[in-house]
Design a protein around this ligand. Structure first.
Ligand SMILES: Cc1cc2nc3c(=O)[nH]c(=O)nc-3n(C[C@H](O)[C@H](O)[C@H](O)COP(=O)(O)OP(=O)(O)OC[C@H]3O[C@@H](n4cnc5c(N)ncnc54)[C@H](O)[C@@H]3O)c2cc1C
Length: 467
């Protein structure tokens, strides 16, 4: 026996949450269900964080990535007000609409406890920094940014959950296994719980954790997919003082540089002042990430950020996802997890071992990382790009190229294959919408949330037109 709903949402990460929120607001009488393979916001618990195990045991469903709040639940919630990065929604609608949607999602967060404090880039100090960076051919992408903080982010999500669950039915620990077209009746979702779910309107928001599964479903349904890029690099950790004159002004600086050696673009990404480096499990592969708390008592003395090189492929190989996974698995093979090396050791061509690490002035915040040699794991081209970028950053932030600057690897950012969608984020199948990172249209909280609101509004409008 199936159960029938007006709308079914796959995934309750940022995109699925805000789709549900907006449907609740605009069409409170609709019967809406959200299915997620993870748990609710109160019971998500990674065994490493809970102190039960030391390293990733590759849980079938990763509690860090899956469940209410999705991949962003345990992030520090850096919320970027921009169309310049964090997604490609301007390929589907104009920039003004995207910015309005981003502001709207922020207003809901604020209603549920988010801070009002915004780091503005339109200040004399930020403009001076942008000018200074240009002297070294470093290009500072300007965007207003909010830092919710890891601990506050969770509280905001809990508050939103308590509000939306009054109207939207949530089915946790329920994986959607298949999507079937029921003609004019809509869609049928096969689940691992046995009972299928039927719906008139379908919103797929499976995030990066569900991207591979979703791509396969789309291929099976004959929907067109365009492969995206994969970004490969390292996470840099250094004393917070080195970047203080930058992070105090713009909090998260996105600096882009084109290397002289290869002409490749390298960028800083996800900067965490006084933060912590963490391991992340992407479909069984350990990669690295970072976050930071708002509460000074929980902060570290280091700043961390990613340095990423973008890779696109055309012919005859066009599988960026497989390539990125392969590189990350190499550092896993060498270190049994995340690998860490001192910058000085890397450029001197020697492995960092436990003994050399113990002499480092920079204390690693990810203590489980194993000292090793990144040059055995990362391809030469990406590594050369990263080294050149570190020397360039050293001109803007002297100390970046210090011997003891720590590099963790590999950091890999996968982007889901992009689904061919209309300007309303609808697939070629009527009433079947896709939103968020899993559809390959976003790669950040702000645009993911915005895409969820957008599809909910389209459904609400069509329903009102139908009377
Ligand atoms: C450690 C970390 C830190 C980050 N920090 C930031 C940050 O500071 N700022 C920022 O802008 N972005 C950040 N991001 C990125 C941000 O979290 C994502 O862009 C955002 O969560 C995407 O939202 P989404 O709804 O598209 O997907 P997700 O948040 O990934 O949610 C997808 C949901 O779908 C569920 N799902 C998948 N497949 C299925 C299936 N078959 N059946 C049922 N359920 C399914 C998953 O369980 C998951 O809960 C961070 C990401 C990580 C991992």
């Amino acid at each position: 026996m199936s159960t029938r709903y007006d709308v079914a949402i796959i995934g309750c990460g940022e995109a699925g949450i805000f789709a549900g929120y907006e449907l609740m607001r605009l069409c409170p009488s609709l019967k809406v269900v959200t299915l997620d393979q993870g748990s609710d916001i109160y019971t998500r618990s990674c065994p490493i964080v809970a102190g039960k195990v030391k390293e990733c045991i590759h849980c079938k469903i990763c509690d860090t990535m899956c469940g209410f709040g999705g991949a962003g639940a345990f992030s520090d919630g850096k919320y970027n007000f921009t169309t310049a990065f964090g997604g490609w929604l301007t390929d589907f609608m104009d920039a003004k609409e995207v910015m309005d949607l981003i502001d709207y999602v922020d207003s809901i967060n604020v209603r549920h406890g988010a801070t009002d404090q915004v780091f503005s880039t339109d200040t004399p100090a930020a403009r001076a920094l942008e000018k200074k960076a240009l002297e070294f051919d470093l290009h500072l992408l300007q965007a207003r940014c909010k830092h919710l903080g890891t601990e506050n982010n969770l509280k905001i999500l809990q508050s939103i959950y308590e509000t939306v669950r009054e109207h939207v039915e949530y089915r946790f620990r329920t994986s959607v296994a298949s999507i079937e077209v029921l003609g004019t009746e809509g869609y049928r979702l096969g689940t691992d719980r046995g009972e299928p779910v039927d719906c008139r309107w379908l919103i797929a928001a499976p995030g990066r954790s569900g991207a591979e599964w979703f791509s396969n479903q789309c291929k099976g349904l004959g929907l067109e997919l365009i492969n995206n890029q994969v970004d490969i690099g390292v996470r840099v950790e250094l004393p917070a003082k080195v970047f203080e004159h930058i992070t105090d002004v713009v909090y998260e600086s996105k600096l882009v540089y084109r290397t002289k050696q290869y002409g490749d673009q390298v960028r800083t990404f996800c900067m965490n002042p006084y933060g912590h480096v963490v391991a992340e499990n992407v479909e069984g592969i350990n990669t690295v990430n970072g976050h930071s708390y708002s509460d000074p008592a929980l902060q570290s003395e280091n700043t961390n950020f990613a340095l990423l090189v973008s890779n696109r492929f055309t012919q005859p190989f066009n599988e960026p996802y497989r390539y990125g996974k392969h590189i990350a698995s190499l550092s896993n093979m060498l270190a049994g997890g995340v690998l860490v090396q001192r910058f000085g050791d890397l450029v001197s061509g020697i492995r960092t071992n436990e003994h050399r690490m113990s002499k480092s002035f920079v204390r690693p915040t990810l203590t489980a990382a194993v000292p090793g040699d990144l040059s055995l794991a990362l391809p030469k081209r990406q590594l050369d790009d990263i080294i050149e970028m570190i020397y360039q950053l050293d001109k803007l932030a002297p100390g970046t190229a210090n011997y003891d600057t720590l590099l963790y690897g590999a950091e890999v950012k996968f982007y889901s294959a992009r689904l061919a969608l209309s300007g309303e984020l609808e697939t070629a199948l009527p009433g079947f919408f896709a939103a968020g990172d899993g559809a390959g249209v976003t790669r950040g909280l702000a645009q993911a949330g915005a895409s969820g609101v957008k599809v909910a509004r389209v459904i609400a409008r069509r329903l009102s037109e139908q009377g």
